[in-house]
Design a protein around this ligand. Structure first.
Ligand SMILES: [Zn+2]
Ligand SMILES: [Zn+2]
Length: 544
């Protein structure tokens, strides 16, 4: 079975924070799980390197758009690698292949008759000699009188047209822009209204989208999807490949969401593989992102695919709610955020993966607090899981000369863990990583109770056969945890496999006992709770 997984494209004008990872992590869990199941997984994403905010930042720092994009793309790649993300292809939207494929898509939409041109008025700066993107125009909000950007007023949330602003100014040089006529391509989104309505109804019946995606998409469709300009007068981006439109760029609405497809094309070329099986009506696809990205994946991208006569519409929408920080909304401008490069310097990637999954903002906002994070590591990840592994394997090392007793295991415990594969698998497939991990950890706690009840530290002296059975059973459970937890805690699972000299490559019950243990070492270290206050102080000190 072909499984396409598309992770949202982070915008390359600033570092990743935990909110990004909370939204993107379900994609890696799905990819790892389906690969273990033996499916043909294609997991793609990349850095979004075009658009206005990067231009603004480049202007502010007196550098180039490419320099900014390079800096953050490199940082993203490093963070994803350290977190164990297993993208088959992680690219960027300023790559040559992406430009080429997007231009092909644009021309096909034009050929298919879904693009038309329209003359509109737009702000033009005679000093900078360019049309100004919406966000480059600043002035007074006509609605509330506050200072506002051309696209939206932060004070009253009104969606604005830059020409509506009072006392308009160019953000780059501060002079008043002229109003000039310019011509743009519009996409006939309205023509796909009916098809999109059917599509959402079908998704709702199939229970294939998160509730927030269904609700938000229905609201957009009730309001009616208007035709939108899909080209812009922008300083950077993908050129409109039509004579007479030189200097104009294809807008992010077409260009960025098309990245899933263009990345697939390029990956196929590099590997000599036809990508059709990941892009047809039967393909199981997952689109993984935060809730602010929902309409791009449930309205814009499907409408473009329909315009291309493609039947590969997104199947599953895995759209997490937001992550708050210490009960407050994350704010990058106020530096109220935990930055990924920073937290990875001091904490284990599994700790992050565990916390952001077991507390995932799946159906409502979830909170990251340093206290909860450190306690969840110490009491659950280390206290329940890692300790079970360590106490079992250490016992074997010490009392059985590192040889796993080759004896019959407890049938009840074995039956229970075998049962888990189906239950956990179904939960992962339905996009509920949190419930899946919860289910496994419930059994981790049961495994600890089993160890306690069997008291091998007593039977080792009084009833060796019973002791051997206990340790054989616990070892078998550990071998199965190393598979069941692989999508969630890949680093610990790898360490277990090294200690037991095994390799679990398939999502299937492991029933052959490992033979010996080598180099038994704790999976994780305890985190000093003093760090809670240190982290909170640092957070407060860095807030702007
Ligand atoms: Zn306003
Ligand atoms: Zn200017």
């Amino acid at each position: 079975m072909a499984i396409l997984i598309g992770g949202a494209w982070p915008y390359a004008n600033g570092s990743l924070h935990l909110g990004h990872i909370a939204a993107l992590l379900p994609g890696d869990i799905l990819a790892r799980y389906y690969r273990l199941k033996g499916e043909d997984v294609l997991y793609v994403s990349g850095s979004d390197c075009n658009g206005t905010p990067i231009s603004i930042r480049a202007n502010q720092e007196n550098t180039t758009v490419t320099a900014i994009a390079d800096r953050y793309h490199t940082e993203f790649v490093d963070c994803f690698h350290k977190l164990g993300f297993t993208y088959d292809f992680y690219t960027r939207t300023d790559a040559q292949h992406h430009h080429q494929s997007v231009q092909d898509i644009f021309l096909k939409l034009l050929d298919n008759g879904h693009l038309y041109t329209k003359k509109i008025e737009q702000a033009y700066c005679t000093v900078d000699e360019q049309f100004l993107p919406d966000r480059f125009v600043e002035g007074i909000c006509p609605n509330c009188g506050a200072k506002a950007r051309g696209d939206q007023c932060d004070n009253c949330s009104a969606i604005l047209d830059p020409l509506d602003l009072v006392d308009k100014r160019c953000k780059i040089c501060g002079t008043e822009p002229e109003i000039r006529e310019t011509e743009h391509f519009y996409y006939e989104f309205s023509k796909f209204q009916k098809e999109l309505e059917h599509y959402v109804e079908h998704a709702e019946q199939a229970n294939a989208w998160r509730g927030n995606a269904i609700q938000l998409t229905k609201r957009y469709l009730t309001e009616g999807v208007p035709d939108r300009a899909v080209t812009r007068d922008l300083p950077n981006g993908i050129d409109v490949p039509v004579p007479g439109f030189e200097g104009k760029k294809i807008y992010v609405w077409i260009e960025a969401v098309a990245g899933y497809y263009t990345a697939s094309i390029e990956w196929g070329k590099q590997h000599g593989v036809a990508i059709d099986k990941w892009w047809n009506a039967e393909t199981t696809s997952y689109y993984v992102h935060g809730k602010d990205n929902i309409p791009f994946h449930t309205v814009i991208w499907p409408a473009i695919l329909l315009g291309l006569n493609s039947e590969a519409l997104p199947k599953h929408i895995v759209s997490n709610e937001y992550l708050t920080l210490e009960k407050r909304k994350l704010s990058t401008s106020q530096n109220w955020a935990v930055w990924v490069p920073d937290i990875l310097q001091r904490y284990h990637p599994d700790s992050l993966r565990y916390f952001l999954t077991i507390n995932a903002p799946e159906t409502r906002d979830a909170d990251f607090s340093w206290r909860e994070f450190i306690y969840s590591h110490n009491s659950e990840l280390l206290g329940a899981f890692a300790n079970f592994v360590n106490r079992t394997l250490k016992f074997i090392e010490k009392s059985f000369d590192s040889k796993v007793p080759q004896t019959a295991v407890d049938k009840g415990m074995q039956a229970q863990i075998v049962e888990l594969y189906k239950e956990v698998g179904q939960k992962i497939e339905s996009g509920s990583s949190k419930a899946a991990l919860d289910t496994i950890f419930e059994f981790v706690r049961a495994a600890n109770r089993y160890f306690d009840d069997e008291k091998p530290w007593i039977t080792v002296r009084e009833d060796v056969a019973a002791c051997e059975k206990t340790l054989a059973t616990c070892t078998l459970l550990i071998q199965n945890f190393a598979v069941l937890l692989k999508p969630f805690l890949p680093f610990a699972c790898e360490a277990i496999e090294e200690m037991l000299q095994i390799r679990g490559e398939a999502w299937a019950p492991q029933l052959n006992l490992a033979e010996e243990v080598v180099n038994v070492a704790p999976l994780y270290e305890r985190i000093d709770v003093k760090q809670i206050d240190e982290e909170l102080e640092k957070l407060a000190a860095n807030e702007k």
